[in-house]
Design a protein around this ligand. Structure first.
Ligand code: NDP
Ligand code: 2IT
Length: 448
């Protein structure tokens, strides 16, 4: 049995109840075969892959808080500090009822390679809670965030571990968490990213993941002789990533005709009105049916009632920007039958392994999330740089750096794929390009 298969078998046995983590590990280790085989003896002796798949530290804690009726509620908090070989742990905090250790581990594992791909000095981590922010008042959100930070603060720091946003955690939540951290530590430091502009946040961080997704997609298309202008795009999600992906796609001359949330989706034949979408999602925090009610060109579809989703709409480019495993094999078949030419993942692991393989077999360009959505964490690292030098850069300066980082990521993964004989396989390219620096650092730092 090869070293990769040996480790895969061990990881499966040890983490049998964590399917999302196993899915992420399987994709990465499978891609790494050519690199591992070239160094098999040394990597095996050093147990490099076993160490890579075992988090350096996992923290699980109680988060008690009081709701508006005076009732005490209890949630579970997590922080997985996965790998610090190339920099302090860095990664978001997810607040969603589906959160359990397997979700945080899959996200933390992906983050190791994503952060390495940015070319910046950030290690991999992720955190979260099974808390559901939907329907909660501002004060309930604040009390939850304060209680969450009352435990988390002792494990993080500007040079140790720097959390940020993810599903359910945006500017409001980061503000409350930052305030509580500062109070507990009596220290004003860059311990979180995605902060408000008044207290150390970076211009363009809000837009960064969505904009970065389009910068990388555009570079992938250009490399393959395709012009994004005039193309029809389907986006899923209606959160931070989706909104700014739609905005940048439109700036590049494409037409985005869909978006979705957990209950339903919109088909707008005239193209999504981003200002209206922002008003509904960022200001009113309402459901998407409000979008259709305000826009005659839009149709609202109820996901459960119809069993349909955005992937049923014919498009040239599909950008899944909601959540893991939201695009399965049936969706992939529909998209291919409708002539899709490119997929780029704004979300983390939104495409199942089977669907990914189907796209690749059918010649569809496929940019994996750890490369395509790295603009968010890259700009978080730029926020850390600004905090360290106590300066703020202009929007244009941050945006230009972001674009350059995304173009470099694409060129690096394209080159890595070619170097190992997998030209055009951007999944293999991204995993190898992300792995190389982490492996070099882990070997140089000894058995730790
Ligand atoms: P938001 O919370 O802002 O938005 C998430 C969107 O996805 C919402 O429209 C939400 O609908 C929908 N969604 C969430 N969970 C589910 C679910 N289980 N089923 C169906 N729809 C769902 O999160 P982000 O936009 O920040 O994150 C979206 C994705 O991008 C995630 O995979 C995240 O990990 C990834 N990502 C985020 C980055 C960032 O900087 N924020 C950076 C890199 C990746 P509803 O409102 O109804 O719940
Ligand atoms: O998945 C991700 O890369 C994020 N949620 C952003 C992490 C960060 O530290 O900005």
């Amino acid at each position: 049995m090869s070293y990769v298969d040996e480790v895969l078998a061990k990881v499966k046995e040890k983490n049998a109840s964590e399917p999302e983590f196993l899915q992420a590990v399987e994709e990465v280790l499978d891609s790494l075969r050519p690199v591992i085989e070239a160094n098999e003896e040394e990597y095996k002796k050093q147990a490099l892959l076993e160490r890579l798949c075992e988090p350096e530290r996992q923290i699980k804690f109680r988060v008690p808080w009081v709701d508006d009726n005076g009732q005490v509620q209890v949630n579970t908090g997590y922080r997985v500090q996965f790998n610090s070989a190339i920099g302090p742990y860095k990664g978001g905090i997810r607040l969603h009822p589906s959160v359990y250790i397997g979700i945080i581990k899959f996200l933390g594992f992906e983050q190791i390679f994503k952060n390495s791909l940015t070319g910046l000095a950030i290690g991999g981590g992720k955190g979260g809670s099974d808390f559901d922010p939907k329907g909660k008042s501002d004060m309930e959100i604040m009390r939850f965030c304060q209680s969450f930070m009352t435990e988390l603060f002792r494990h993080i720091g500007a040079d140790t571990d720097v959390p940020a946003g993810d599903i359910g955690t945006g500017g409001r939540e980061i503000g409350y968490m930052f305030g509580q951290y500062k109070r507990l530590r009596n220290s004003f430091e860059g311990v979180l990213t995605g902060k408000g502009l008044a207290f150390g946040g970076s211009l363009a961080r809000t837009e960064a993941t969505g904009y970065g997704l389009l910068y990388l997609t555009n570079e992938m298309l250009k490399t393959n002789g395709i012009d994004i202008a005039g193309k029809t795009i389907c986006v899923s999600g209606a959160g931070n990533v989706a909104i700014y992906a739609i905005q940048k796609a439109q700036q590049l001359g494409a037409k985005v005709v869909t978006c979705s949330d957990s209950t339903g989706w919109i088909y707008d034949k005239e193209g999504i009105d981003v200002d209206l979408l922002k008003e509904i999602k960022e200001v009113k925090r309402a459901r998407l049916d409000a979008y259709a009610a305000a826009r005659p060109s839009a149709e609202y579809h109820d996901k459960k009632a119809e069993g349909s989703n955005v992937w049923d709409i014919k498009c040239d480019i599909a950008l899944p920007c909601a959540t893991q495993n939201e695009l399965g094999i049936d969706d992939a078949k529909t998209l291919v039958a409708n002539g899709v030419t490119a997929i780029a993942e704004g979300a983390n692991m939104p495409t199942t392994l089977e669907a990914t393989e189907y796209f690749q077999k059918n010649g569809v360009l496929f940019a994996p999330g750890k490369a395509a959505n790295a603009g968010g964490v890259a700009t978080s690292a730029l926020e850390m740089s600004q905090n360290s030098e106590r300066l703020s850069w202009s929007f244009e300066e941050v945006d230009q750096k972001l674009e350059q980082i995304m173009v470099n990521i694409f060129r690096n993964l394209d080159a890595a794929a070619k170097k190992y004989g997998f030209e055009g396989n951007y999944v293999v390219g991204a995993n190898i390009a992300g792995f190389e620096k982490v492996a070099e650092a882990m070997l140089a730092e000894g058995i730790v």
